[in-house]
Design a protein around this ligand. Sequence first.
Ligand code: AMP
Length: 220
Amino acid sequence: MKVVILLGPPGSGKGTVAERLRGDKGGYVHFATGDMLREEVSNSTAVGQEAEGFMKRGELVPDEVIIRIVETRLEAGDPTAAYLFDGFPRTLVQADLLDESLAGRGAKIDYVFFLATPRDVILQRLTGRRVCKACGASFHVTNIPPAVEGVCDACGGELYQRKDDNEETIANRLEVYNRQTESLISRYEEKGLLVSLDSDQGVASLMAEIDAKLQSGVDA
Ligand code: AMP
């Protein structure tokens, strides 16, 4: 089991990087807790009903709910796959539980890619973001416009704006990130796992840096 974590504030490009790695290289399982939660909400499951209010307000869903989802999905998943965690872990409690859970599977984190992003770039990206309802691909009204407005280039699905991509909720999500998630940077730095990247350098050169690191092959 190979494990790569994408760490960074909302709008730092975690989903975009994950899509490229999934699309270009194959093999990686995109493990996005935000996508999983949105699926639970749209299916009106018990978990979805519990999570919905937190998500609307831009707050974190309680750790125990997240941990339940993560464990269930890991158990159902392929134990030999390469996992790309996107939006998880987001708290120290989640990070500890991930370490434990991986240890129980004889696995460990290979890399943590931290996508450093200036605040003005985050705001511009999130307010213009459009997401495919069918495949989850991300677009942007000006930065990455689809060939046909409102239609996904990849699968022809309908594009929509996430409910939490409005200015008020974005401000709260950033505040929550600073308060609860940012401390993970130093945790992974101390463990020698952190690879810091400038997320505002253009997707092609960002992906080249990530590919070079992944190709360097030798596990940390
Ligand atoms: P994202 O798609 O990663 O931006 O996540 C959207 C929302 O889902 C977040 O604002 C949180 O409310 C919730 N969420 C996603 N992942 C987590 C997590 N690991 N821990 C707590 N809440 C999460």
